[in-house]
Design a protein around this ligand. Structure first.
Ligand code: B12
Length: 227
């Protein structure tokens, strides 16, 4: 079985909600020498992306999304320990990420975190339904460059603004870039709430995070008077 076929089988397993089939397929892929980051980004994650798109098109419903994420997570459990030891791991910087106060959605975050990790970030998952101040404590403890806010519902958006406000009040705003994630938020809404950007797609989000990191590094150099 060629690499593209094996990756396609992995994506299909997630899409077909094949909880029993996914583990042997991941093991086969790894035994075949497919890099763990590829197994994730071009196999399991593609399947999850497709299920997300089908959900948005009304072709599948919430129970399918939840089972798909279980299948995805079962496969991820085998890949994750290998990603942590990959050479390029964690070279980009640190991100703290959690769902804002009032928001208990976890699946998007669970899908996004391994994508960010595979992209080279160290990610600290702070959890869900977090008081605004938790993000301030996390910045002091983990010294991240990126703060990720899981903002999955418009009804709790006020906690995006208030979280940014407490970060600002603590004097920490200039040292981080803040990116929101979830289906209900876009970059304009995020900026109106004081954040820097937003993404409803982990892969596009990773590219945005890279741009934000470059901006942050540029700002720091300018502050030090280095061109
Ligand atoms: C599953 C689900 C639930 C589950 C959550 C289970 C769990 N453990 O997560 C349950 C049933 C608990 C639930 C509850 C509710 N939900 Co709900 N839920 C969903 C649903 C169907 C799917 C979410 C999901 O998992 N998607 C799959 C993941 C992979 O996609 P994703 O979240 O978008 O994540 C991707 C990206 O956004 C990105 N990403 C994710 N996180 C981050 C973070 C950062 C920093 C970045 C950069 C990127 C990023 O990466 C992921 C991969 O690309 C969505 C509908 C939808 N279209 O998304 C509604 C949805 C989010 N829920 C909604 C609502 C309203 C609710 C409830 C209020 C429903 C109710 N009336 O009871 C409650 C509120 C609970 C609460 N207090 O938080 C609304 C929000 C509407 C809005 N615009 O505000 C949605 C959009 C449904 C709808 N169309 O009405 N929900």
């Amino acid at each position: 079985m060629g690499v593209p076929e094996q990756l396609a089988r992995l994506a299909d397993a997630v899409e077909r909600l094949d909880l029993d089939g996914v583990r042997p397929l991941v093991e086969e892929a790894l035994a075949q020498g497919i890099p763990p980051a590829d197994v994730l980004a071009n196999g399991l994650s593609r399947g999850m992306q497709r299920v997300g798109a089908q959900f948005n098109a009304g072709e599948v419903f919430m129970p399918e999304v939840l089972v798909a994420s279980e299948v995805y997570l079962a496969g991820l459990a085998l890949v994750r320990p290998l990603l942590a030891t990959a050479d390029q791991a964690h070279s980009l910087g640190t991100m703290v990420l959690g769902s804002i106060h009032g928001d208990i959605h976890t699946v998007g975050k669970q899908v996004a975190i391994p994508v960010f990790e595979a992209g080279g970030l160290r990610v600290v998952d702070l959890g869900e339904d977090l008081e605004d101040e938790v993000f301030v404590d996390a910045i002091r403890t983990h010294r991240p460059q990126i703060v990720g806010l899981g903002t999955y519902m418009t009804s709790t958006f006020m906690h995006t603004s208030s979280t940014v406000a407490v970060i600002e009040k603590a004097g920490l705003r200039a040292q981080v870039k803040i990116i929101c994630g979830g289906p209900a938020v876009d970059a304009n809404a995020a900026r109106r709430m004081g954040a820097d950007d937003a993404s409803d797609d982990a892969w596009a989000g990773l590219q945005k995070i890279k741009r934000l990191l470059a901006e942050l590094a540029g700002g720091a150099r300018a502050a030090e008077g280095i061109s």
